[in-house]
Design a protein around this ligand. Structure first.
Ligand code: KG4
Ligand code: ZN
Length: 354
C-alpha cells in the first residue's frame, strides 16, 4: 500500500513541475519560435529574411509582411521539432519590444490569440532582458554567470552595458546614443561595397589584414555611453579621399582597411567594458548579440579574462543572435513568479529594460 502511494505521488509531482513554454520573437527581421521544457530549449526555429539584403539594411514594411508569412509555419515547425502538441503548452511568451512596431505587432497579436484560444497564460518579454537572460538557458556548452554580472549586449540593433544583480534586477550603465555597433560594422562594409550584413565579411578580411595600418578616431563619450556615427563618417571621408587619388584603393587594401576598422570598434567596446568593471568592481562579464560572433571581440574578451582575471561568458551563437529561445527562458522565469499579462497588452517599440 505504501509503495502504491509513492508510485502515484511522484509522477504527479513531476508532471506538475514540467512547464512547456512556446516563445515567439518578431522584433526585427527574424521570425522565430521556440519550445522550452522548463529551462531547456527543445526547439528554436529562426526564419531569417533574405529580402533585406538587396536594400543594404532592414526595410520595416517588408519585415512585417515577411513575419506575417512566416509566423504560422515557424510556430508549427517549432512544435513539431519539439514533439509537443499545442494542448501540452503551459504558457505563451512573446517579445513586446523594443523593436520595429510593424514587426512586433505580428508576434504580439499571434501570441495573444493563441493564448486566448488555448486558455493559457500570456507572458510579455523585453527583448533586451532576453538577450541577457539567454545565459540562463540550460545547455551543456554554456556556463551561467554568477550575480552580480555585467552584460555587454552588442548587435545590429543594440549596444548596452547592463549591471545585472538578479534575473529581473537590471540597471543600464551605458548605451549607444546613435548607431548600434552592428550598424557600425554594416555601414562601414557598405562604404567598402560589401553586401549586407557586412559585419561577418569585415571580420573575415580583418583576419588577414594589418590592424595598425590605418588609424580611425575613437569618439570621446562621457562615462559608459557609446557613439558610432562619427566613426562611420570618418571612414566615409577617408575612403572618398583615398579613392579619388587611387580608384583601386579599396581593392588593393581591403584586408588592412577591414582590420583597422575592426580594431577601432573592438577598442571602443573594450575601453567601455573595462571602465564598467573598474567602476563597479564586477569581474563577471557576459556578452551577447550577433556581434559577439566577431573574432576580434572574442579574442579581446579572452585576453581580458587571462590578464585581468575576468570570468567571461559567451552564449552559444544560436542564442546570441535574435531567437525565440532567449524569449522562452524569460517566459520560464516569469512563469515561476506567475508574472502573467492580460489580453489588453500592446506592443511597445521603445521599451527600456524595466
Ligand atoms: O543579434 P543580431 O543577429 O540581430 C540584431 O538584433 O541586430 O545581430 C546582427 C548583427 C549585424 O549587424 C551583423 O553584421 C553583426 O551582427 N555580426 C557581426 C559578425 N556576425 C554578425 N559583426 C561583426 N563580426 C561578425 N563576425
Ligand atoms: Zn536583439
Amino acid at each position: 500500500m505504501f509503495y502504491l502511494c509513492i508510485s502515484i505521488f511522484i509522477p504527479n509531482t513531476l508532471e506538475k513541475e514540467t512547464i512547456y513554454i512556446l516563445a515567439i520573437e518578431s522584433s526585427c527581421d527574424d521570425t522565430s519560435a521556440a519550445v522550452l521544457k522548463n529551462d531547456i530549449v527543445l526547439s528554436n526555429v529562426v526564419a531569417s529574411q533574405k529580402i533585406h539584403e538587396e536594400y543594404g539594411g532592414v526595410v520595416p514594411e517588408l519585415a512585417s509582411r515577411a513575419h506575417q508569412q512566416n509566423i504560422v509555419p515557424v510556430v508549427n515547425q517549432a512544435l513539431a521539432k519539439a514533439n509537443i502538441d499545442k494542448k501540452q503548452l503551459s504558457a505563451i511568451a512573446f517579445t513586446r519590444g523594443p523593436g520595429l512596431m510593424g514587426s512586433l505587432l505580428v508576434g504580439t497579436s499571434f501570441a495573444k490569440s493563441l493564448a486566448l484560444g488555448l486558455d493559457i497564460p500570456l507572458i510579455e518579454v523585453n527583448h533586451m532582458q532576453a538577450h541577457i537572460l539567454a545565459h540562463f538557458i540550460t545547455d551543456e556548452t554554456m556556463t551561467r554567470p554568477g550575480f552580480p554580472f555585467l552584460a555587454l549586449t552588442i548587435s545590429g540593433g543594440h549596444t548596452q552595458i547592463v549591471k545585472v544583480t538578479d534575473y529581473f534586477e537590471m540597471e543600464i550603465l551605458g548605451q549607444t546614443l546613435d548607431d548600434a555597433v552592428g550598424e557600425a560594422f554594416d555601414k562601414s562594409a557598405k562604404i567598402l561595397g560589401l553586401p549586407y550584413p557586412g559585419g561577418p565579411l569585415i571580420d573575415k578580411y580583418a583576419k588577414i589584414g594589418d590592424p595598425l595600418r590605418f588609424e580611425f578616431p575613437k569618439p570621446k563619450m562621457k562615462e559608459l555611453d557609446f557613439s558610432f556615427s562619427g566613426l562611420k563618417t570618418s571612414i566615409l571621408y577617408f575612403i572618398q579621399k583615398q579613392t579619388k587619388e587611387n580608384p583601386d584603393f579599396i581593392e588593393e587594401n581591403l584586408e588592412d582597411i577591414c582590420a583597422s576598422i575592426q580594431y577601432t570598434i573592438v577598442n571602443i567596446l573594450m575601453d567601455k567594458i573595462k571602465k564598467a568593471v573598474k567602476i563597479t568592481g564586477i569581474k563577471e562579464v557576459a556578452i551577447g548579440g550577433g556581434v559577439s560572433a566577431n573574432s576580434g571581440i572574442r579574442n579581446a574578451m579572452q585576453e581580458a579574462s587571462k590578464t585581468l582575471g575576468w570570468n567571461v561568458y559567451i552564449p552559444k551563437f544560436e542564442y546570441c543572435t535574435d531567437n525565440a529561445g532567449m524569449i522562452g527562458i524569460v517566459g520560464y522565469l516569469k512563469f515561476k513568479k506567475e508574472d502573467f499579462t492580460g489580453q489588453d497588452i500592446t506592443a511597445k517599440a521603445r521599451y527600456v529594460i524595466p
